[in-house]
Design a binder for this molecule. Structure first.
Ligand SMILES: Cc1cc2nc3c(=O)[nH]c(=O)nc-3n(C[C@H](O)[C@H](O)[C@H](O)COP(=O)(O)O)c2cc1C
Length: 171
């Protein structure tokens, strides 16, 4: 799939079929995530691939009851490794680069999901403490996003965008 086709057809998917996702697809999504640029190439991220029903329910509850999280066959939890970034760049690494790097990985993953014929949604509204406890994350890992992934039950609605001309200064 052409990159622009993937960018333009990506939309948040919140309804999934029960079809499972093969491991090789998951591996390609993770590979795509890990191709993102990172400050100093520190790659300060960790991924959890959650297929376990009980854990998906915990994540859904952590996301303030967003039920579609539990309904996806796979939920990726993407975490920033704050210590890895801090080791290279101090507080700027911990507070900014770790999150930027992880966000770049997430977007790569979302686009790869489209290229694979699946759908996903970036879920950022969740209680970090609850996710941290559920996955027993060490202090250095900050959960940044839950990404439910699956085959879309229907074509997602394309949302509008503010035209870039209203947001851009050309100098
Ligand atoms: C940082 C971030 C947090 C988000 N959190 C949620 C969320 O908790 N639940 C949800 O349903 N969608 C969430 N979204 C998805 C946005 O609602 C969605 O991307 C936006 O409305 C644009 O729609 P589109 O993805 O279909 O283009 C989040 C997106 C981002 C980037």
């Amino acid at each position: 799939m052409d990159l622009y086709d993937a960018i333009n057809s990506r939309a948040s998917v919140r309804e999934f079929t029960e079809e499972n996702i093969p491991d090789d697809v998951i591996e390609r999504l993770l590979d795509a995530a890990c191709r993102a640029p990172t400050a100093g190439n520190l790659q300060p991220w960790r991924f959890f691939v959650v297929r376990d029903k009980e854990m998906k329910s915990k994540l859904s509850r952590a996301a303030y009851g967003q039920e579609f999280v539990a309904s996806a066959p796979v939920v990726m939890v993407v975490c920033a490794d704050l210590e890895a970034s801090a080791s290279g760049y101090g507080s700027r690494g911990e507070n900014l680069y770790a999150i930027q790097d992880t966000a770049a990985a997430i977007e790569n993953m979302l686009l790869a999901t489209v290229a694979e014929g699946y759908g996903a949604c970036w879920v950022g509204a969740f209680d970090e403490g609850v996710v941290t406890d559920a996955l027993r994350l060490p202090r250095r890992l900050r959960p940044v996003a839950l990404i439910p992934v699956g085959r879309p039950a229907r074509a997602p609605r394309r949302t509008g965008r503010i035209p870039y001309r209203r947001l851009t200064v050309f100098i």
